[in-house]
Design a protein around this ligand. Structure first.
Ligand SMILES: [Zn+2]
Length: 535
């Protein structure tokens, strides 16, 4: 080749690394959302015809984009076993001299599938029932609860004046959630757990406990070798007070003592017995799992969105025949599924492969207690230690452009600063969870990933709408939460504006791309409750 003295033309600029963002459009998003939330899909309940249609639709979309199946046996489907059980109303909890009645005083369900579960044993008051080594707090220290009942307070212990950020200060930590209380009691070997209900600590009245925990319950079958509680119960405050008194103790004094570090569990001088009869059946519903292999297929970023919703409700007496009984779940979470399809296309059509692989998991049975995502994390296509991050979409903004983006978990891990940098480049800001005391971080499909130590984010409602109607849009958002959330009226409306959601999805795509390309794995911040899970 002849030497050339002139400066060479610069080579054509390489296309910018990242997903093919322009593939993400509101038109396409709405098309998928309308289909998934149409009456034809019958409210997408797991293990129903509508649920089956949903997973077939999602798998078809993934196949059409050329993604690889990453479910069972080379399919897009990961079959999730679901135990459906109903407790017989004959349940009662007895102590010498008193019987606490089902519904009035106590509600109960089981962590095992056997039709008849019997628990008989001493009762130990374990305060908040928390074992948090990183906070030097262990309510079970020195206590023997094997095969016994534990009586537990819900919520976090209060933060003392000299330690105002203990247990998150005003924010709710996972140690405060009722799910944690049962999990820890099982790990400690208890046979039964009794949570003390108060309106204040639970943030809802006893009637809500009654309606939520009687009737059909759903769970994953217990994993072999994993401890499970025979009986999980809630008690009214007055029943718990009576129980403590019969055990020789004053409940208020016990609770005061339990609020300070160094509290020791108190065995009550009483035995309790209960027999729980239940009808259990197993059902199966699938997670749809697809993969876009990266140049490093040993590690991955996992997107999640739950596809399930509540199906159809039975007709009410005297209701007109044409009453709307279908829970379409357009926002919750047809919008998130549609968003994942858009992201999958943007990734599949990117000019280059991502570094770490991208998984798209449309998970089932979120509304029955995050069962699909929990199963995915327990039976992952790639070990959780190799999952760089989980990005969850549960509800997309349908109200138009915003300057802010809010993601639950952004304050917990190194994902937060990465997200903030992308938003800044785009002239946007990272908003905050405005209600940390409500514990929303523990209530969607990213959470099983967090428990396994995988840094996770879940998109939440923005607050900074642009334009002259900003105040009205905020009101509309509030109105949805009050009136349409988890109701048949959560259905597609032609006035919905997904232009803000499209921008959010582009941010998510870019974030996933950078997480996939980062030299190291992201991690939880030092001292975070989930920082030690994968160490
Ligand atoms: Zn949802």
């Amino acid at each position: 080749m002849a030497a050339c003295s002139q400066a060479a033309e610069p080579p054509p600029a390489a296309p910018p690394a990242g997903p093919a963002e322009n593939e993400i459009t509101a038109t396409s998003l709405v098309a998928h959302l309308r289909m998934l939330s149409s009456d034809l899909f019958e409210g997408r309940a797991p293990a129903t015809r509508g649920g089956q249609l949903t997973v077939e639709y999602l798998a078809t979309q993934m196949a059409a984009l050329g993604l690889q199946p990453a479910g069972d046996n080379g399919t897009f489907f990961q079959q999730v076993p679901i135990v459906e059980s109903t407790v017989d109303r004959t349940f009662a909890l007895s102590v010498p001299g008193a019987t606490y009645r089902y519904r009035q005083d106590v509600v109960a369900f089981s962590g095992v599938e056997t039709p008849r579960v019997q628990v008989q044993g001493d009762v130990v008051f374990v305060g908040y029932g928390i074992n948090a080594p990183e906070l030097k707090w262990n309510d079970y220290a020195g206590a023997d609860v094997k095969g016994k009942w534990v009586l537990i307070m819900v919520n976090d212990p209060p933060a003392p004046a000299d330690e105002p950020t203990l247990f998150g200060g005003p924010a709710l930590t996972y140690y405060g959630r009722w799910t944690y209380k049962y999990e820890e009691a099982a790990r400690q070997g208890a046979a039964g757990a009794l949570l003390i209900h108060t309106d204040e600590s639970a943030t809802y009245p006893w009637q809500v406990v009654q309606s939520s925990w009687t009737g059909t319950q759903y769970m994953l079958p217990p994993e072999p070798g994993t401890p499970a509680l025979g009986i999980k119960a809630w008690m009214t405050e007055s029943a718990a007070r009576d129980l403590a008194k019969r055990g020789g103790r004053d409940l208020d004094a016990l609770r005061t003592a339990a609020s300070a570090r160094g509290f020791k569990a108190v065995p009550l001088n009483i035995r309790a017995a209960a027999t729980l009869q239940q009808r259990s059946t197993r059902k199966t519903a699938a997670n749809v799992v697809a993969k876009l292999p990266g140049t490093n297929d040993q590690q991955a970023v996992v997107f999640t969105a739950h596809w399930d919703h509540f199906g159809m409700r039975d007709p009410l007496p005297g209701e007109p025949a044409d009453a709307d009984r279908i829970f379409n779940g357009a926002y919750d979470n047809a919008s998130g599924c549609a968003g994942l399809i858009e992201l999958a296309r943007a990734m599949a059509r990117a000019p280059q492969k991502p570094a770490r692989s991208m998984y798209f998991a449309f998970v089932t049975a979120e509304e029955s207690g995050l069962l699909g995502s929990e199963y995915f994390v327990a039976h992952p296509p790639i070990p959780p230690a190799q999952i760089a991050a989980n990005l969850n979409v549960d509800g997309l903004n349908y109200l138009g452009p915003t300057t802010d983006m809010v993601q639950l978990g952004s304050d917990r891990s190194t994902l937060g600063p990465m997200l903030e940098a992308i938003l800044r480049e785009r002239g946007r800001t990272l908003g905050k969870d405005t209600h940390p005391e409500r514990g929303y971080f523990f209530r969607s499909d990213h959470f099983p990933f967090a428990k396994a130590g995988v840094p996770a984010l879940s998109i939440s409602e923005p607050k900074e709408f642009t334009g002259p109607n900003a105040a009205a849009l905020l009101q509309k958002q509030e109105a949805y939460n009050g009136k349409d959330y988890h109701q048949p009226s959560d259905q597609y409306d032609r006035s919905w504006d997904f232009s803000g959601a499209v921008e959010d999805l582009k941010v998510l795509g870019q974030l996933a791309w950078r997480i996939a390309a980062a030299p190291g794995m992201p991690g939880y911040n030092e001292g975070d409750q989930f920082a030690n899970a994968r160490k």
